[in-house]
Design a protein around this ligand. Structure first.
Ligand code: NAD
Ligand code: DAU
Length: 341
């Protein structure tokens, strides 16, 4: 492993991975390949922009010629794929882009990688492929039961990765992460959305009763989990990466309001997300068996995250303009109005 193409790494988790790899593996060349959709942001990569082992290329993983050009130009031997449409609510509004990137894009990336003789491809997936877990903890051999168009598109992408391993003998590894949070997360997901809205004293739209459970994983732990699977994972295998820190949304909301010194009166219970999964929970003994463990608990990670958004208004204020406001209107205007009635 020497020249690594990291796709989708202008986004939240991918950029954390790129920053980590550039600093911790100076003998690897890290090439970030990203389409720069609404969620891609070159400012996430500013901390490494002058490093000699970092390059950026703008491109779509579903564009075979462009992917091939990057493989050739940088003599790529390894791929780590973060590229995805990643927000469940957007997939409910319109799923076209999810099929394009999370299914077709993954197929084209795999097929181009096969033709080029890529040595290893790690594909980043999600706990949402297991579906709603009423009790207990998902293990890697469990079946899939995706419930949102996003989860279904991620499950479809994973199936192609599996097929390319079984049929073509490709050296693939899959990771399935739980709900990830931390600095540089686009302010549409629960934590960065609620933190930035609360800073501005705006209403926090909690879906339904707010008793849905998510397993919170700090982004730096997700990154070290992917690093472990990349270097030590067995070909053809999948590895869960979990925070093992389960909390209800309403509790998370109370905690972030308390850290910010804001009133609970900002909370508004609004009509629920369609097809909303009540609980995700995974067992990650398999990855622990490769030597990984979490370094952050939710208490410390949440405090660090709240502090980061308080100290980096420059990063998120300009995002919450233009197209973002149109998305906000579509997603929340009617819900908030219904909650007022
Ligand atoms: P994100 O939305 O912040 O970033 C996605 C990135 O992919 C953006 O930079 C975007 O420009 C890029 N991209 C989108 N379509 C592309 C295409 N066709 N070609 C090239 N680049 C493209 O997402 P994230 O939260 O950082 O998630 C990264 C990966 O991790 C995704 O695969 C997601 O499914 C998975 N995941 C996310 C979480 C989470 O809680 N955020 C948890 C588990 C797994
Ligand atoms: O579980 C891993 C997944 O976590 C990733 O694969 C996805 O990419 C990522 O977006 C995330 O999906 P969720 O749907 O769990 O995350 P989200 O931040 O959208 O919502 C977290 C919970 O908070 C969920 O139960 C819905 C709820 N919620 C969310 C928003 C944005 C609200 O109550 N109100 C909101 O406005």
């Amino acid at each position: 492993m020497k020249n690594i193409l990291v796709t989708g790494a202008a986004g939240f988790i991918g950029s954390a991975f790129a920053r980590y790899m550039v600093k911790n593996y100076p003998h690897y060349n890290i090439v970030v390949y990203d389409k720069l959709t609404y969620a891609g942001n070159l400012e996430n990569l500013l901390p490494i922009s002058d490093e000699p082992n970092y390059r950026f290329v703008q491109g779509d993983i579903a564009d075979r010629n462009a992917v091939q050009r990057s493989f050739d130009e940088f003599q790529i031997d390894t791929v780590v794929n973060f590229a995805a449409e990643s927000h469940v609510d957007r997939s409910i509004l319109q799923a076209d882009a999810f099929i394009h990137t999370d299914v077709v894009g993954v197929y084209i990336l795999l097929d181009t990688a096969k033709a080029h003789g890529i040595e290893r491809i790690l594909h980043v997936s999600t706990d949402e492929v297991y579906g709603d877990i009423h009790s207990g903890f998902s293990v890697e051999t469990d079946g899939f039961a995706p419930n949102s168009p996003y989860a279904a598109s991620k499950a479809g992408g994973e199936m192609m990765v599996r097929a390319y391993h079984i049929t073509h003998g490709m050296n693939t590894v899959i990771t399935r992460g739980s709900n990830t949070y931390g600095p540089y997360q686009y302010p549409e997901k629960l934590l960065p959305f609620f933190i930035t809205e609360a800073i501005d004293e705006r209403k926090l739209p909690v879906y339904g009763d707010g008793r849905q459970v998510r397993d919170w994983l700090f982004v730096e732990d997700h990154v070290t989990g992917i690093d472990t699977a990349l270097h030590h994972g067995k070909a053809g295998e999948a590895y869960n990466i979990a925070g093992e820190d389960l909390h209800e949304n309403i509790e998370v909301t109370h905690r972030l309001l308390s850290l910010l010194g804001k009133s609970k009166d900002l909370i508004k219970h609004v009509p629920d997300r369609e097809g909303h999964d009540r609980r995700y929970a995974m067992n990650c003994d398999k990855l622990r068996g490769l030597g990984w463990k979490q370094q952050f608990n939710f208490t410390d990670g949440l405090e660090a995250t709240v502090n980061w958004y308080q100290n980096n208004l420059w990063w998120w204020r300009k995002i919450k303009t233009g197209d973002y406001l149109e998305y906000y209107r579509q997603q929340y205007a009617a819900r908030l109005a219904a909650a007022e009635e």
